[in-house]
Structures are given as C-alpha cells and as structure tokens.
Design a protein around this ligand. Structure first.
Ligand code: BGC
Length: 753
C-alpha cells in the first residue's frame, strides 16, 4: 500500500468512538501529497448538503466553505483593473469599509497596447498581490473578449481585436496573479461581444470563426496560463446560455482543453437547474431566483444550484457524479488558494504598485501622429493651455463592475501641471465642453463637482481665447465611464466623440496650430478633425497614475512605444459587423446576433476590403525616435517552423522601443483566409545609433486554419509569406516560405513538431 493510502485508511481501522472524533477534527493529507488525492480525501468526508453549499453563493461575492471540516470559503472580487471595494452582504452597494481602497491599474486595452508580455506579468503580479492582501481568492478577470464592434461598452476591459495579441498578453497576467494564491477568473466565456441585450443575445457563428477568432484568448488562458477559474458569460451561443452550454463547457473547455478549474457563472447568468447541473457549470453567483423579488435578500437557498438541485439529486433525477465533480473542482480551487499555506502575504497600495501602474500606463500610451515632432513638449515652451473634461475627471469610478475606490488618482491636469512646473512652463486650464458630471458608483463617490453653468458656445469661446495666447494647447478628451460611453450594461450609440468634442478640437486647432489631442477611451472613434491637428495621442483609462503616465509621455520622460490593439477605422461602417447595417449582425434581431462577417474582424476586414478607410491601423504607434529594420535572417529548423531574426537600428537621437510584428499570409488556400494574420511579435529597446536583434518564431499553428468540416487544425502545403513590419499597414519585409507536407491536429492535441 502506498504511504498516502495508508493515511486514508488509518481512520477506517480505528474504533468507532475514535472515528467519530477523527471525523470532527479532520487530519488532512499534508501538502506533500498530490492535490487530487487531497481533494478526494476532503470530498469523501463531506455530506451532500455540504457539497451543495460550496457550489453556490452565500453573499454577493462569497461562497461558504465547510465550517465543520475547517474548509474555508471563497471570496471573489472584481477585477480586472484593481480590487473592488467590499460590498454589503446582499447588495451591490459598497460596505463603507475604510481599508478597501486600492491602486487602479491601467485598463486592459492599455495593457494590450504595450504589446509587451513583461508588462502583463508585472500587472498580474501587482494586482495579484493586492487581491491577496485583501484576502480575496478569486480575481474576476482578466477579460479576453474580442473587440468585434467598437460600440461594445466593455471593450475597455478586454485586450483588443486580435486573438494572437490577446493570447500572448493574457498568459503572463494569469500566471503572476496565481503565484499569489489567488485564482484568475478569465471572462466572459465566450462570444460576449456586446452589452445590448447581453443577457439573452443568442450568438450564431460558424465553427471556424469561433475557433480562430473568439476562442484562442480563452484557450491560451486555460492551456498555457493554467487559469484556475473561468467565467461563462450572460449571452447565449447556439440557443443555450453560455453557463448552460455543453459545447462551450464540456466539449471544448473541459474536454479539448482539459480545464481542471472552476466554471463560475457570471452574476445572474444562470437560468435552469437541469442545464447547469449537467452541462459543465460548477458554481452559481449573483442569481435572483424565480418567485423572489428583485433585490430580495437571502435568496441563496433558492439558487438553481441550491435546494432545487439537492431535491433533484435526492429524487435520483440528477446524478451525484456531477455534484461530486463540481464540489471537487471547488475544493481544488480552495486548496490552490486559501488552503495553500505557502502562499505569499500580498501587499496593498505599495510604492511598487504605483510604479507598476505608471510604467504600464506610459508604455501603453500610443502616439498616433506627431507632425513636425511637436511632441515631446520643448523646454522652450512658455505657456501651455490644457482643455477638456477628461483632464479633470476621475475615471476610476463608474463603468460597471470594474469601478474602483482608489487610494489616490493623479488626474491628467495634475500630472501635466507637475511636469510643466518642473520645467518652468506656465500652465492654464479651460473646460472646453461639459460631458458627464456624474461621479458615483455603488456608493463610492469621487467627491468632484464637475458642474459648469456656461453654455457650450461660451465654453468654446473661453477656451479659444486662451488658446490664442498659449504656445501649445493640449486637449484631453475622449469617452468616459458613463452609460453609453465605455461602460458595462450599455453600448455606445455613436462612433464619434460625444459632447461636441469635434467642434471644440476644430476651434482650438483654428486658434492655435500647436494643438495636441489626447483621447482617453477604451474604444476607437471617428476623427473628422484628424487632419487639422498636428499631434494625436491615444491615452486609454490609465487608473491611479493616469496624470503621471500621460505627462511622462508628453514631456518626453517616457518615449512612447505603445501600438494599437485594434483598428481605428474612419467610420462605423468600416467595421464588418456594421458594414451593411444588417440588424441581425448588430445589435441582433429576434434574439439572434449573427456573426455573418465571419473572420472579418478589425484589420482582417479592412485589409481585404477597405485599406483606405483606416485612420490608424492595428499595430500602429510612433516613437520620438526612428527605427530601421535590417534584412531578416531566416532559419527553418523543421517543417513549418521558422525563426526570423531582424536587426532593428535606432536611427534617431533617443533610446526607444519598437515592436516588430510578424504576420502570415497564405498565398493560395482551399478556403478563404484573411490577407494576413498576426502570428508573432517582439518588443525591443534600442539606444540611439545601436542595433539590436529581434527574433520572431513561427510554428505550424501560424499557418493553420480550423477546418470546420473535420474539426482539425489544418496546414495545407504550398506557398506562404512571412510579413515583417512595425504595424499591420507598414510591412517592411516579405519572406516567401514553402510548406511541403500537410499537417493536421485536434484542438486537444499538441502542435506537431
Ligand atoms: C459582470 C462581471 C463581474 C460580475 C461581478 C457582472 O455583471 O459581467 O464581469 O465580474 O458582475 O461584479
């Protein structure tokens, strides 16, 4: 008998009285024993009622453990940009604690725009430490839903339009969070790409698009990141809600990808006991149950996975085996987190976390345009006028579940004022427009009074008159976290910037030729004013260090190196989901949202049909220096594997970083392929006059498509091109390669050598 088996059976050999004591004070298998054995050991001691109890919520964000056995419960927190303030037991309203302020990290769009997995690791480490310190064992994030439409109110919580970029960026985030003994909960699985009708929208999409565009981020999170939990979303896929969808949960997630973690429902996303019991969901949170009023407290016993489930098991209508599997997964998560005695203690609001937020923010900011090298701000500048509501508005409060209560938030105006005064530059502020003056979310208030009684014309006139007297105007605008902007629960209603900002920008540009536009958004927008201003900066929601990160870039402390994680097209109809105005594609008709555009998402669409309809392409981003890419060296160690080494020379006069991007083009294929697809990238910092080598690797998956007839990833022999560039519309080298033999593999199999 193996030593661990001995331990299990020790109890059986004891006298009855001793066994009773033993059961009351369990001696668990110690941590040197295999996790699954420990899980089975704990499970074997639990009653059915205890198993039922641990698979559903007991409060808004927690689920019970097993008090009798000393097994702790689960405490979840949003996610994904900072640790949410604690809420009341049964309500969304904040509890009013005084120890739950956090550092707000940049929104995930900003993280994705760094194109730097090291930033993702730093992000995961920092937010994981904050979650750990706050004693949360599940962090509800990160999100990897693909930016299908720029109207989606939650795109700011995701990692852009490209599955490869999202996949590379999500993995280090998860790995580093989980090193803290905190489970990452990847969301919202899957096809949750709009907020309109999000509870019921039934997405219909072909298998190839599902596997090539919408699943890779989740797959990487599970198979490479080893995520300990995942959040099936609100929407339906092929007629079944994601939480009740056997294809998504059983076939793909737990089958093909071998997920051994916990599928945690989005809050209120469960609708049917039988389906959640049997189709792969493990835990239920946030439900409001039939027969109870909206907002009723202590509804937890009536959850779909509570009493109704227990009754069906007792009557033999549903099998115990599914309950055992769910409870075992929950136990595994608890043992990986709260019951891991070796996990670190975490830290909160540390200098390191502020530094991380500032660094990631600075690296994610994208310099879109810089005519005449207007930026960085020259030391000779005497007077700067800052205009715009987003320069003075706290952006960490609002937007839905990612709303935070920050320890501090440096506003753009404060950061710019600090940097200007350090350089002896005078700085003034004018509002320019009034957008959203709200500043409250679930009882967290910004304390800001943003009301301004001036008329729209007066606001512009006041800004223009000061603009004429300044050397330079910095306009800080964009979207915000109010409904119908970048916010959960609603989608945007317009692709243009709101609140007449276009007119404000044009008036400022007419008054002062040195007008710089800095937009803080989580989405692209139209830019009718683009040619009238010499410089444009894409600034995102940057969190606690927003003002400092923006000032770092504008004043040249940081040389910008961010690249767009999605396409900035000219108009809404330049995104395939909106091109034809077909309501079935967006926002949906009769309950269905049909992804008729298939693979044509973002640059995959504009590349093919509308290259001239792009303002700024996927992957675009300038620097204060310039780079030259030298001749690539190609190695081909085995079939369909290539290593490309590219010398990157800094031809300017300051240190900077460039992201070299590798796209693959299938020259001829039996199926329609996008013109090109991102399959590799690497960021490198180079000193002026120096050259550094960047290496990109391509493997069979870089050339494969998902064959929806066979269900196999497929590489067809023939000609391909490796396109090496610094943006999707700036390809510097095309390397022809020839693949000589076909390859296929299942989603569940490793990529062949
Ligand atoms: C959101 C999730 C969030 C959950 C808990 C839901 O409404 O969709 O992203 O984690 O609430 O706040």
């Amino acid at each position: 008998m193996l030593p661990y088996m001995k331990k299990i059976f020790i109890g059986m050999a004891m006298a009855a009285s001793v066994a009773a004591v033993w059961a009351a004070t369990p001696v668990y298998l110690d941590e040197t024993q295999p996790l699954d054995l420990r899980v089975q050991d704990a499970l074997s001691r639990m009653t059915t009622a205890e198993k039922i109890a641990i698979i559903h919520a007991q409060s808004k964000f927690s689920s019970p453990g097993v008090q009798r056995l000393g097994i702790p419960g689960i405490w979840c927190t949003d996610g994904p940009h900072g640790i949410r303030p604690d809420v009341l037991w049964d309500e969304w309203e904040q509890a009013g604690a005084t120890n739950d302020s956090c550092v707000a990290f940049p929104a995930l769009t900003c993280l994705a725009a760094t194109w730097n997995p090291e930033m993702s690791a730093l992000y995961g480490k920092s937010i994981g430490e904050e979650a750990r310190y706050r004693n949360k064992n599940v962090l509800l994030g990160p999100g990897v839903n693909i930016n299908r439409t720029p109207l989606n109110g939650r795109n700011f919580e995701y990692m852009g339009e490209d599955p490869w970029l999202a996949s590379r960026m999500v993995v280090p985030y998860i790995t580093e969070v989980q090193k803290n003994g905190v489970a990452a909960c990847v969301k919202h699985y899957a096809l949750n790409n709009q907020e309109v009708d999000r509870d019921h929208a039934n997405v219909l999409v072909d298998d190839r698009t599902l596997h090539e565009i919408y699943l890779p981020g989740f797959k990487a999170a599970v198979t490479e990141g080893g995520a300990w939990s995942i959040m099936p979303g609100y929407n339906k896929y092929n007629g079944d809600h994601a939480c009740e969808n056997s294809v998504l949960l059983l076939d793909i997630l737990k089958g093909d990808w071998g997920f051994d973690g916990v599928a945690i429902s989005d809050w209120g996303a469960v609708h049917n006991t039988d389906k959640v019991a049997t189709n792969g969901l493990d835990m239920e949170f946030g439900s409001w149950t039939n027969g109870l009023n909206w907002g009723a407290s202590n509804a937890y016993d009536n959850y779909f996975l509570a009493k109704p489930y227990a009754e069906k098991i007792e009557k033999g209508e549903l099998p115990m085996s599914d309950l055992d599997d769910k409870a075992a997964r929950v136990l595994r998560l608890i043992m990986r987190t709260e019951m891991d005695r070796n996990r670190p203690y975490g830290s909160l609001n540390s200098d390191e976390h502020y530094a991380a937020a500032r660094k990631i923010g600075g690296e994610g900011i994208v310099l879109l345009k810089n005519e005449g090298n207007l930026l960085p701000v020259k030391p000779s500048t005497k007077k700067i006028l800052v205009v715009g509501e987003n320069a003075i508005k706290m952006m960490t409060v609002g937007g839905g579940s990612s709303s935070l209560k920050v320890q501090r938030e440096t506003l753009p105006l404060d950061g710019l004022r600090r940097a200007a005064s350090e350089k002896g530059i005078e700085l003034e502020y004018e509002r320019g427009y009034v957008g959203d003056v709200g500043g409250e979310y679930n009882g967290v208030t910004t304390g800001q009074d943003l009301n301004d009684s001036r008329s729209a014309d007066q606001l512009i006139a006041d800004a223009v008159s000061k603009a004429k007297e300044a050397d330079m105007v910095i306009f800080v605008g964009g979207l915000n976290k109010a409904d119908h902007q970048d916010a959960e629960g609603t989608d945007r209603e317009d692709f243009a910037l709101p609140y007449n900002q276009g007119a404000v920008i044009e008036a400022l540009a007419a008054a002062n030729p040195n007008t710089i536009v800095v937009n803080l958004t989580g989405n692209p927008y139209s830019m009718e004013w683009k040619d009238k201003v010499p410089a444009i900066v894409q600034g995102w929601y940057i969190g606690s260090e927003a003002g400092n990160a923006i000032a770092d870039v504008l004043f040249g402390e940081v040389n910008p190196s961010g690249k767009l994680p999605f396409t900035f097209a000219k108009s809404l109809t330049d995104y395939a989901a909106h091109a034809s105005g077909d309501q079935t594609m967006y926002p949906g008709k009769d309950g269905d949202v049909v992804y008729k555009e298939g693979l044509d998402v973002g640059y995959r669409y504009t590349d093919r049909l509308k290259p001239s309809r792009v303002n700024y392409a996927f992957g675009h981003g300038l620097s204060y220096t310039t780079f030259d890419l030298g001749t690539p060296k190609v190695e081909n160690p085995s079939a369909a594997r290539y290593t490309v080494t590219i010398p990157v020379k800094n031809t300017g006069d300051r240190t900077g970083a460039e992201v070299v991007q590798g796209y693959v083009r299938d020259v001829k294929s039996s199926v329609r392929r996008p013109i090109k697809e991102l399959k590799a990238f690497n960021k490198v910092e180079v000193a002026p006059g120096e050259t550094a080598d960047v290496t990109l690797t391509f493997d069979p998956s870089s050339f494969a498509f998902y064959n929806d007839k066979t269900g196999l990833w497929t590489v067809e022999p023939g000609k391909f091109e490796l396109l090496i560039g610094t943006s999707s519309d700036d390809i510097k080298a095309r390397i022809p390669v020839n693949i000589t033999s076909p390859m296929t593999w299942k989603d569940s199999e490793k990529i062949p050598d």
